[in-house]
Design a protein around this ligand. Structure first.
Ligand code: NAD
Length: 476
């Protein structure tokens, strides 16, 4: 199925704004133009922040609930069309893009339900010898405006995770989606306006990062920058945005650890789901599979068998388990890293085949823990197996990269489970689940190079998007 070429405009406080120059968005699968976006300039970003800062949202909690739930319902009603657009611009297969629309439904519907909760606290002050008959209360207030920047790998859901909590807390947000997959974000803006969102509460600016990114980081009305993307840009933002608050959700290099007592059939199912879903392009994808030496041969056989039956290629074919990766250049990088690992002693068991941006699911065994394939973030469908001797070795290898996002562990040994929960230097430890397992409202985010420790997930985002004010009253 093909999607009509979308000649898009920015949405600045609901107004459609175009520019003479445009950026083309091309299908990673066949290179066809899917649409164009305006090549916005600093003045556009400034106009969007001016509109955001000038608007004082007055939506009641019930009104916010209604807008968010309505948006969730529209997403489901239009899921085929939205998933087609995600697939067209990202190359993700239909199974993945339909799944993503379902996740975005969860984000909006949970934000709807959570925004009716008031988490205000009360502190009685007559509780020490020098106490007073007073009470201190907490109240949350929205920020001047929020600056949001999103990556390509979930064109809808990454945006949902920023804008839904922003609406839930009566904030105004200016979004700059990635230039690689910006069309879905623009469609989402229209869905939100249709659901009744006052347009000043959400603007989308588009263009080349070299033209507009710095303004997104330094505009005086942007009180907080929320960014999801890679480590190099995340670290640039940390410096450039200076005193502004920042929520940085960066890259990952997540292990799936398979201990010798593990049910290998179950463990290899998790490895396949974790390594290849979304073409391996998830910050929490399984990027390293650490397997106990004694069971590694059997595990690798199962993993190879289950990888070999996956269908990949044309992302619009509903039978496909995987579409493309984002660009041919990324696919070439994965190929080169696998070849480098093999040159350093790894054994290619399956895949490492490339045709443009179509890159096969790939299994590599005996991977040295310190080669680029597994030391760096390889943001694609590669399942590299690293063998370890005992639990100390597994934890040492797991903690040996600069990243610290999430992890998955396959074992039923309770002392080992406790040890992993305590000693893995990551934001999440999932026992008998993939590292990516979460619900959309649970706290989510990494440490070390994966993030500063401030979490996303609807509830945590709602907290970080607000100023907590206290007021106190005499209280007899
Ligand atoms: P990227 O870092 O290349 O780009 C992310 C965004 O930053 C894009 O919108 C891009 O236009 C923008 N950008 C480019 N230059 C900028 C600058 N100088 N200042 C500010 N913004 C700038 O990331 P990507 O390739 O789109 O996405 C893949 C990366 O995102 C991976 O590293 C992945 O792990 C990470 N990611 C992290 C999470 C998480 O929650 N931790 C989730 C998804 C993806």
């Amino acid at each position: 199925m093909s999607v009509q070429i979308r000649v898009e405009a920015m949405r600045i406080a609901g107004e459609k704004v175009t520019t003479p120059d445009v950026v083309e968005v091309r299908s990673p699968y066949n290179g066809e133009v899917v649409g164009t976006i305006p090549k916005g300039q600093v003045a556009h970003v400034q106009a969007a922040f001016r509109a955001a800062a000038a608007y004082q949202p007055t939506l009641s909690r019930h009104e916010r609930y209604e807008i968010l739930q309505k948006a969730a319902d529209i997403l489901v009603a239009r899921k085929e069309e939205i998933s087609d657009l995600i697939t067209a611009e990202s190359g993700l297969c239909k199974k993945d893009s339909l799944y993503e629309v379902g996740r975005a439904y969860d984000v909006f519907s949970l934000s709807a339900r959570l925004c009716i909760m008031d988490d205000g606290e009360v502190y009685s002050c007559d509780i020490t010898p020098h106490g007073k008959k007073r009470k201190i209360f907490t109240v949350r207030e929205p920020l001047t405006a929020i600056s949001a920047i999103t990556p390509f790998n979930h064109p809808l859901n990454q945006v949902a995770h920023k804008v839904a909590p922003s609406i839930a807390t009566n904030n105004c947000m200016v979004l700059k989606p990635t230039e690689k997959t910006p069309l879905t974000a623009l469609l989402l803006a229209d869905i939100l306006y249709d659901a009744g969102l006052p347009p000043a509460m959400f603007s989308v600016v588009t263009g080349a990062p070299e033209d507009i990114a710095d303004e997104m980081l330094t505009n005086p009305d942007a009180e907080l920058v929320t960014f999801t993307g890679g480590v190099p840009i995340g670290k640039y933002i940390a410096e450039k945005a200076g005193y502004k608050r920042k929520v940085l959700e960066l890259g990952g290099n997540d292990p799936l650890i398979v201990m010798e007592d593990a049910d290998l059939d179950k463990a290899s199912d998790l490895a396949v789901a974790g390594a290849y879903k979304n073409s391996g392009q998830r910050c929490t994808a399984v990027k390293r599979i650490l397997v106990a030496d004694s069971v590694a041969d059997r595990f690798v056989d199962l993993l190879t068998e289950k990888t070999a039956v996956l269908k990949y290629g044309n992302p619009f074919d509903p039978e496909m388990d995987m579409g493309t990766v984002i660009t041919e250049q990324s696919a070439k990088l994965f190929e080169a890293r696998v070849n480098d690992a093999v040159a350093k002693g790894a054994v290619l068991k399956y895949g490492n085949k490339r045709d443009g941006a179509v890159y096969s699911p790939t299994v590599v065994d005996h991977v040295p823990f310190d080669c680029d394939l597994v030391r760096e973030e390889t943001f694609g469908p590669v399942a590299p197996v690293i063998r370890f001797t005992d639990i100390d070795d597994a934890i040492r290898i797991s903690n040996s990269t600069a990243f610290g996002l999430s992890s998955g562990v396959c074992t039923d040994n309770w002392p080992h489970i406790q040890r992993f929960i305590r000693d893995l230097r990551v934001g999440t430890v999932n026992i008998w689940e993939v590292p990516g397992y979460r619900i959309e409202m649970s706290p989510f985010g990494g440490i070390k190079d994966s993030g500063l420790g401030y979490k996303e997930g609807v509830l945590e985002a709602m907290k970080s998007f607000t100023n907590l004010k206290t007021y106190s009253l005499p209280w007899e």
